[in-house]
Design a protein around this ligand. Structure first.
Ligand SMILES: [Mg+2]
Length: 163
């Protein structure tokens, strides 16, 4: 069987960076005009670590690799080069031979790769909508099972039996 191209988002899928980011955004009363600056200067090293793993995400990625059904890559938006470096170093601790694609925040994930028939697992429905418009297959990652019009999973390993 031909392997499917599978892209997995990082924030809100592998690590729950979203909760501390939003909390600090609120606590610091960041104004909309300072939003980009906030993300660029955020101390990402404080949240890119094992404390924020969602469910058993890292082990699930191992299971996905073992299934041999997919060409797997991590596709993650980044606000700064420092954030990209931290994410790559974090993922490299666990995965020696995996493709990691940091995408500048201002660019759609669909503009970085060939999307046709490729699968994207992402927690953000906006990314999934763009992905689908470009001929890809979107799967929403959501702990409450909130699908927003897509197939939805709570654990990454669920994707293994979907294809
Ligand atoms: Mg995300």
């Amino acid at each position: 069987m031909e392997r499917k191209n599978l892209y997995i988002d990082f924030d809100g899928v592998i690590l729950d960076t979203i909760t501390p980011l939003y909390r600090d955004y609120e606590d610091q009363k960041v104004t909309p005009d300072k939003r980009i600056e906030f993300y660029e200067n955020y101390p990402w090293e404080t949240i890119i670590n094992d404390d924020y793993i969602i469910n058993d995400g890292i082990n699930d990625i191992d299971k996905i690799i073992e299934s041999d059904k997919f060409n797997l890559a991590i596709l993650t938006h980044v606000n700064s080069l420092n954030e990209a470096v931290l994410k790559i170093k974090y993922l490299r601790k666990y995965f020696k031979d995996i493709t990691i694609i940091p995408v500048p925040k201002a660019i759609s994930k669909t503009k970085m790769i060939h999307t046709k028939d490729a699968i994207l697992i992402d927690d953000y429905a906006g990314n999934l909508r763009e992905w689908k418009e470009e001929g890809g297959i979107g799967i929403r990652f959501n702990q409450k099972g909130n699908a927003k019009g897509f197939q939805v999973i709570k654990d990454l390993r669920e994707v293994i039996d979907m294809f």
